[in-house]
Design a protein around this ligand. Structure first.
Ligand code: GLU
Length: 484
């Protein structure tokens, strides 16, 4: 029987869930799903100083929103599911103790006899001698049995390591990269360095997929795998995500928000997944739009690039617009529920659906919905600064524009209610171009402003058809009253 592919996402609940975390989760998910394997969620909560109470919930919410279902791990109702439960590291202390005891018995772990101050002195001495600090240079010759009141250290074997990374290729490091790191802290909890290896072994993880910041610790990890007599999994370290300019690692200051903020800002999970997948991966073709199913079918770690991927929020907005267009009207209507503006909310389902159908093409994020739709449900307040700021209209005297509007209003008023359809409105507007001798960019723009007072709107005939004859004429008259 071939081995089951098992990947894991192992977040530390220390803050918000950012794009880097979730890209890791996505890639791990894809590797598992592509192979018909399992995707495991493990909460690495041993760093109690950095613990943030709501962070785990945010991880679960984010994965759920994106549709990245996990097969084992904490459940949404606060339980645990899977053969290797518990999946919270703080609940696995006895397991780490068992593995630590094995190392102690094999002479590969020892009690750290030094105070933090003494260790600092060693460090200072190394700096003074312009040498790298290695704890193992100060390894005590005789040690007391470990009673848990001091840190437990790994007794490393100074040697070089060479290994293969599924993304970064062949890597190696000399013995100076290996040191006696802490396995269990004096608070009784394991370090990340120890706990994740124990868990990856216990949980039969086949692929460790994570950020490249862990590469420098790989010699230590490989050293520990050897001491434990365990076969290391496949490692895949992902390149950093860079800011939009591409000159440094993406940070909060570059506008990288938590994934749930993107949800609240009206982004679709489909677009977010598509965007995250494209940060460092492509399928070698020009294709840009991928559904999660397509990603599962096409994703391959060997096509993940080694250099940093630029985080371009404009591209995310573009992708979101693409996904909004692809949704059926029914589906979009459901997704848009929370985003309508005040007046739209008060309208009926039918009316809202009609409006949504008309704006779907132009909707970039669901948060744009009010600015694109409110004027259908409530008469907007004129804002002539929009006209003044318009490149072409701004140059034309106001009374000329008002005159154009009056002509348009009178011509449209001749139309019977039964003729008030998109097609007939379109030809009426074309006729108006001829009779007024005006350019479309002028005539149609001023009518559009008078009807919507919005920066963007659907095509004029569609907008007018939807507003209806009476309301269209009323808006034109109120902007350009006959007595002016
Ligand atoms: N808890 C680690 C982190 O959040 C996980 C790293 C790993 O995947 O091994 O960075």
């Amino acid at each position: 029987m071939s081995q089951e592919i098992r990947t894991r996402f192992a977040p530390s609940p220390t803050g918000y869930v950012h794009v880097g975390n979730i890209r890791t989760a996505l890639f791990a998910y894809l590797v598992a799903r592509a192979a018909g394997g399992k995707f495991i969620l493990r909460i690495e909560d041993t760093d109690r100083n950095r613990f943030v109470p709501d962070a785990e919930k945010m991880v679960l919410d984010t994965l759920t929103w994106l549709g990245l279902e996990w097969d084992e791990g904490p459940t949404l109702d606060g339980g645990e599911a899977g053969p290797y439960a518990p999946y919270h590291q703080t609940a696995r202390k006895t397991i780490y103790k068992k593995w630590a005891d094995k190392l102690i018995a094999a002479g590969r772990a020892y009690a750290d006899p030094y105070t933090p101050r003494q260790i600092q002195e060693f460090r200072d001495l190394a700096t003074h001698n312009k040498q790298p600090f290695l704890y193992r240079d100060h390894r005590p010759t005789t040690t007391e049995p470990w009673d848990g009141s001091t840190p437990l250290r790994f007794k490393s074997e100074p040697k070089s390591h060479a290994w293969h990374d599924a993304i970064m290729g062949d890597l190696s490091a000399g013995a100076e990269a290996v040191d006696d790191f802490i396995l269990i802290k004096s608070d009784g909890l394991p370090t990340y360095n120890f706990a994740h290896i124990v868990d990856d072994c216990e949980m039969k993880i086949t692929h460790v997929i994570r950020g490249q910041e862990f590469i420098s610790s790989m010699p230590n990890y490989l050293n520990l795998y050897e001491a434990l007599g365990e076969e290391p999994p496949i490692f895949a370290h992902m390149p950093h995500i860079l800011n939009s300019i591409g000159n440094k690692k993406l940070g909060k200051r570059d506008g990288a928000k938590s994934i749930t903020d993107y949800r609240d800002d009206g982004f679709l999970p489909e677009a977010m997944l598509n965007f995250l997948a494209s940060l460092g991966w492509n399928d070698g073709t020009e294709q840009e739009i991928f559904s999660l199913d397509e990603l599962v079918a096409k994703f391959d770690l060997s096509r993940v690039g080694r250099s940093g991927a630029r985080f371009d929020e404009k591209r995310l907005v573009w992708l979101n617009g693409q996904w909004v267009k692809r949704l059926s009207l029914d589906e979009l209507y459901v997704r848009a529920a929370e985003f309508w503006g005040e007046h739209s909310r008060a309208a009926g389902d039918d009316e809202r659906r009609k409006v949504l159908a008309v704006v779907q093409e132009r909707l970039k994020t669901l948060a744009d919905l009010p600015s694109l739709t409110e004027y259908f449900f409530a008469r907007p307040t004129p804002d002539w600064t929009m006209v003044d700021d318009n490149k072409q209209l701004g140059k034309i005297p106001r009374d000329e524009l008002l005159e154009l509007l009056k002509i348009a209003r009178n011509a449209l008023a001749e139309m019977a209610i039964t003729d008030w359809t998109e097609e007939i409105l379109q030809s009426k507007l074309n006729e108006l171009l001829e009779t007024t001798g005006s350019k479309p960019a002028i005539l149609f723009s001023i009518i559009r402003y008078a009807l919507t007072w919005a920066a963007f709107s659907p095509g004029l005939p569609e907008t007018m058809a939807l507003l209806g004859r009476e309301e269209t004429l009323a808006r034109l008259s109120s902007t350009a009253p006959n007595d002016v």
